[in-house]
Design a protein. Sequence first.
Lengths: 227, 116
Amino acid sequence: MIKQERHVLVIFPHPDDEAFGVSGTISTYREMGIPVTYACLTLGEMGRNFGNPPFANRETLPQIRKKELLKAAEAMGLDDLRMMGLRDKTVEFEDDEKMVKLVADLIDETQPSLVISFYPNLSVHPDHDATARAVVRAIRRMPESERPTLYTIAFAHNTKEVLGDPDIIHHVEGAAKKKLATMNAHASQTVWMMQDMEKRLAEQDPEALKWLHYERFYTYRWDQDFE
Amino acid sequence: MELVQPAHLQELIDSFANKDVYIHLETTNGSYASHFKEGFFNAGAFIRNVVVKYELGKVAGESPHRIGLKLPYGWVYAQGITHYTLDEHGRLLMAGLDPDGKLAVSLEISETPFTY
C-alpha cells in the first residue's frame, strides 16, 4: 500500500542513487498523479567506470551522466528534475549551513508532504551521509506540525543493528518495467550489474525479484534523532 | 582515451613545459572500497585546478607508466597511467584504468581551468 501524498521531494547526491531502491516508488507516485521533485546534487563527476576500452574520461563523464539522468527521469515519468551543481565527493566539505539552506529552500518552494533521502551515517558513501545530515537538519528546524514525513534509505552493514527492519515497504511490481528502464538509463554505471541482474530475473531468482518488486524505507524518527 | 604510446605522450608532456598549467591529480579506490571489503584501508587524494609550471616532465617505465613533473621547488607524479588523450580543448588527460575499466589514478594538464 503506497500512501497518497501532496508532493514528494527526493534528494540524493548522485545520478543513479534514485535508481536502485526508489525508482519503483517514484514511478508509482507519478502514476498516482502525485508531483515529484528530484533534486540531484552532483553529476557523479568522480565516477570510476570508464570501461575497457574506455568510453569516457574524467572530463566527459559529467555530460554523459547528465544525459543518463535526464533519460532516467523520463523513464520514471518525472518532470521536475533539479541539478544542483555541486561536485561529486565534495558534498561533506561544503559549508554545513549552506547545505541546510539548499534543502530548506527546496522544501519552502515545493512544500512536500514527504521527503525521501538517505539515513545519516548509515549510507556508506560520504556524499550520501552529508546529504542526509543536511536533509534531517533542515526538517528538524521546522515546527513539528509542519514537518514533512521523511523516508530514508540505509545500507551500511550495521543498519539492522541500529535501525532494525524498515517500517515502510512499497510493493512496486506494477512499476517493474520503469524501474528496469531507470536502471538501464544509467548505463555508464549499471551496465555490468544489469547484465547479471537480468540473468537472475530471467531465472526467477527470489532475491532479484524481491529487489525488483519491493522498496524499503525507514521513516525518520525524531525521538531517535541521529545527533 | 587510447593506450599510452610513450613517445607520443612524452611529446605532449613536453609541449606543456615551462608554462603555467592547471593540474588535476587524483587517486582513488572508490568510495565503496571498505564497504565491499571489510577492513580495506581506503585512501586517496584529489587536487583540481592547482596552477604549476614544470620545467621537466617524463614518462617512465613500461605500462602502467609513471609520469613525473619537476617543478622549480617541488614535484608532481602519478603512477599507474595506462591511457591518455589530447581532448578537443587541447587538454592532456591521462588515466590509470584497472582491467575492469575502473579509474585508479588520473593526471590531467591544461592551459585553461578545468570546469568546477
